[in-house]
Design a protein around this ligand. Structure first.
Ligand code: AHG
Ligand code: MN
Ligand code: MN
Length: 352
């Protein structure tokens, strides 16, 4: 006789049970549809990344109550930015978590001048991971939303010279994603077959499926950029800002954390910009572990990501690990609108 589920449970209880079983690792194996070596690799890698996310979320949840979690370390990173205690903590957690996967020989991080080299893994290490351990560091001490961003590429070499095998265009990413530490902790990822979001159930200690195959609306009302730089922008970017000011329906949202702002746009639609300034013509955001993974996700969700010069982010051939890029990312129609305005006003001088 075939066993059936007990009928005394309500439909809602049965749904909760079903939901609890759709964990990240199960979903990844299901996406592959087999137990191939690659499916096992990705399940293992994502489970280490999600473990790093759980540890960071846990540390953040009590950061104000313990010693040495908030504030700065007193050092400056390769970007010339001051390093926060949480940046250093999250960087170490990622390295240690991924080290134990055995599958990654080198890791590139915003917080490390040179890639971390994990010699014990290099005989098997088929992948490299590029990551921003804490994105939105200026939000940390005020307990506001922040994130971690990651990109997984195939890189079997151990090139320690120019790291040329790590300098791959974004369209070659095998997977990309972010962890958002907000009211709940979410992990959003894509392996090139749609964008899927998981919420950390703290009582289970598992990331459980929240939404699969997320599509960003083709158009949204949010524009997200730091208007404090208005006088440092090119005339074309200033023209876009004047356009949204006089166009009914646009509304500004800017949190100071790229992950949070892009997550909002993935969910509701709109456009995020971080253009170059007079001082930093390529802007602030880094190609390999900020712009590129988020571009991969947004494109998978039906959106677009380009430079302010109109080049597709995922087609850029990087020339340096910590290269910066002026970014426009979001809903397809909004990005196209920005591109049109920037093109039309390419020769307009700045005014202030
Ligand atoms: P990070 O904390 O990794 O250095 O990144 C911060 C980035 C990004 O998250 C955010 O969108 C942007 O910096 C904010 O910069 P501004 O303060 O210049 O607007
Ligand atoms: Mn960042
Ligand atoms: Mn960072």
């Amino acid at each position: 006789m075939v066993a059936t589920a007990p009928s005394s449970l309500s439909d809602a209880s049965n749904r909760d049970i079903q939901r609890g079983f759709m964990t990240l690792s199960r979903y990844i194996l299901q996406e592959f549809g087999d137990y191939s070596a690659e499916a096992q690799d990705f399940s293992a890698l994502m489970s280490r990344i999600s473990l790093a996310g759980k540890m960071i979320a846990h540390h953040l949840s009590k950061a104000g109550l313990v010693e040495n979690a908030l504030g700065v370390t007193g050092t400056v990173n390769v970007q010339g930015e001051e390093v926060k205690m949480m940046d250093e903590y999250a960087n170490t957690v990622f390295i240690r978590a991924i080290e134990q996967s055995g599958l990654v020989c080198r890791l590139v991080s915003e917080e490390m001048d040179e890639p971390a080299h994990l010699p014990d893994n290099c005989s098997l290490g088929r992948y490299a991971i590029l990551f921003d351990p804490i994105d939105g560091s200026s939000n940390i001490d005020a307990d506001l939303s922040i994130g971690s961003i990651f990109s997984i590429i195939r890189a079997e070499g151990i090139d320690e010279g120019n790291y040329e095998d790590l300098l791959q265009p974004g369209h070659k990413q095998l997977a990309a994603g972010y962890i958002l530490y907000g009211p709940s902790t979410q992990l959003v990822y894509s392996m090139g077959k749609g964008v899927h979001a998981f919420i950390l159930d703290p009582s289970l200690g598992e990331f459980v499926l929240w939404k699969d195959n997320i599509q960003t609306p083709s158009r949204g009302t949010t524009y997200s950029l730091n208007e404090g730089y208005y006088c440092q922008w090119a005339g074309a970017v200033q023209e876009f800002v004047r356009y949204v000011h006089r166009t009914e329906g646009y509304t500004a949202r800017y949190s100071g954390a790229l992950v949070a702002d892009v997550h909002r746009i993935l969910m509701y639609g709109g456009v995020y910009l971080y253009p170059g300034t007079l001082e930093q013509p390529d802007g602030k955001l880094r190609l390999l572990y900020e712009a590129s993974p988020l571009a991969f996700l947004l494109e998978q969700g039906g959106g677009r990501a380009a430079t302010t010069a109109g080049d597709r982010i995922l087609d850029i051939h990087p020339t340096a690990l910590h290269q910066r890029v002026p970014l426009v990312i979001g809903s397809a129609d909004n990005v196209a609108e920005v591109e049109n305005i920037l093109r039309q006003h390419a020769t307009t001088g700045p005014s202030c």
